[in-house]
Design a protein around this ligand. Structure first.
Ligand SMILES: Cc1cc2nc3c(=O)[nH]c(=O)nc-3n(C[C@H](O)[C@H](O)[C@H](O)COP(=O)(O)OP(=O)(O)OC[C@H]3O[C@@H](n4cnc5c(N)ncnc54)[C@H](O)[C@@H]3O)c2cc1C
Ligand code: FES
Length: 372
């Protein structure tokens, strides 16, 4: 019976695929959407007339409104969210992966997946209205470890950047239209200079460029600041006794900025820093934190490596970082957690903390490897 209908079924599928392809090609190459009105509800002075037929993300970029876009507009990072009140067409299945039910209900969309086909009205998250483009010069680039470089950028044209410890910038990979996100590792008190820590990923476009080609004196374009992985909201709050930072590998980048900022602001909270790495040589800056741990009663540094080799001379903790945290009796309601690094580590630590009664509201995280 099934065999009888199979040829007809296959023909139907082929025809609908061809029809879909024709519609896509017509939309991409032949359709003209003319000039469309773009209303920015929370920044009416930025509303203007734009050319239709392009993605909302690239149109906003041209208007110097820079949404975060770690995947370069491929629809795989879920960062480029905004509210579309009018226009924008139906939500795509791909967008639903990154949107909660509440967001879908509130007309939140991924800007890279919305094509401008007519007049459109949007609201951009307020904090993104102040994101700017900066030209910078590399004034220092040095090896921190075998696979990690610290890059220091000096802002050009007398520009200054105001950011909070824990935020990140997007770097435009020279010669491409690709952006990559990097946490700012320097202290926010320096507004003309920022430091980044960039780990080498074999075959990686941006990290490969930074490790193999970038030179002192080169110019780089950055956008920012972005993100809310910020701890200062808990600074000296009486009901929060402990602030716990958990980093994996180059997830140390924003934590360095946050810790220096908290110490500058004379934080009274007790601070724990759990740092997990595969190998001992990936415990970047560990000496610095061990010294601080020895002299500051309010600071506890807990490094752990997951792979121990005989020649390492490592006498510290071994195992995954969430296993180390499990033995600490942090009190739910009085402790806040900031986790930064690969998704798998964030998930393992979050699950552990939730199982110990900590609230989701007091667990903050920054995923470096989101969707890529
Ligand atoms: C908010 C945020 C902050 C970040 N901060 C930092 C930071 O401070 N320092 C830093 O080094 N990186 C950071 N990243 C990661 C960074 O943005 C890039 O993803 C990373 O440098 C790889 O880019 P690439 O162009 O070299 O690799 P791509 O050319 O994009 O990818 C090359 C290959 O590596 C895989 N891949 C891509 N990214 C990763 C990854 N992170 N881990 C494992 N495999 C990957 C891809 O699937 C692909 O196969 C951050 C990411 C986010 C979202
Ligand atoms: S830029 Fe839209 S999902 Fe990544």
């Amino acid at each position: 019976m099934i065999a009888h209908y199979l040829p007809a079924f296959m023909i139907l599928i082929s025809l609908s695929s061809v029809a879909g392809l024709i519609l896509y090609l017509v939309d991409k190459y032949l359709a003209h959407y003319g000039r469309c009105r773009m209303e920015i509800r929370n920044a009416p002075d930025r509303s203007c007339i734009v050319d239709g037929g392009v993605s909302l993300l690239s149109c906003l970029n041209d208007m110097e409104l820079y949404l975060p876009s770690s995947c370069g507009g491929k629809g795989t990072c879920g960062f480029c969210k905004l509210t579309v009140h009018k226009g924008g067409g139906a939500i795509l299945p791909l967008e639903k992966i990154y949107l909660s039910r509440r967001e879908i209900h509130a007309n939140v969309r991924l800007a890279c997946q919305v094509k401008i086909r007519g007049d459109i009205s949007v609201t951009i998250p307020d904090e993104l209205l102040s994101v700017k483009k900066y030209e910078t010069r590399v004034i220092d680039i040095k090896d921190i470890a075998r696979d990690l470089k610290q890059v220091t950028l000096d802002l050009q044209n007398s520009q200054t950047i105001s950011f909070k410890a824990g935020q990140y910038i997007q770097l435009l990979v020279p010669g491409t239209d690709q952006l990559r996100s990097y946490s700012i590792t320097s202290n926010p008190k320096y507004s003309r200079r920022i430091e980044l820590l960039i780990k080498h990923l074999p075959g990686g476009l941006c990290s490969g460029f930074v490790h193999n080609e970038l030179q002192k004196g080169d110019l780089l374009t950055i956008l920012g600041p972005y993100g809310d992985f910020c701890a200062d909201r808990y600074l000296n709050r009486q009901h929060i006794t402990d602030m716990v930072f958990i980093a994996g590998g180059c997830g140390i980048a924003p934590v360095r900025s946050i810790l220096n900022d908290l110490w500058d602001k004379r934080a009274q909270n007790t601070i724990y820093f759990f740092f997990g790495a595969h190998r001992v040589d990936e415990l970047y800056f560990a000496d610095e934190y061990i010294r601080r741990d020895n002299t500051d009663e309010q600071f506890h540094f807990v490094p752990a490596v997951s792979e121990k080799h005989q020649h390492d001379n490592w006498t510290g903790r071994t195992g995954l970082i969430h296993e180390t945290i499990a033995s600490y009796p942090f009190v739910p309601g009085k402790t806040v957690f900031f986790i930064c690094g690969p998704d798998a580590m964030i998930q393992a630590v979050s699950e552990l903390l939730l199982s110990k009664g900590h609230s989701q509201h007091q667990i903050h995280f920054d995923s470096f490897y989101s969707g890529i």
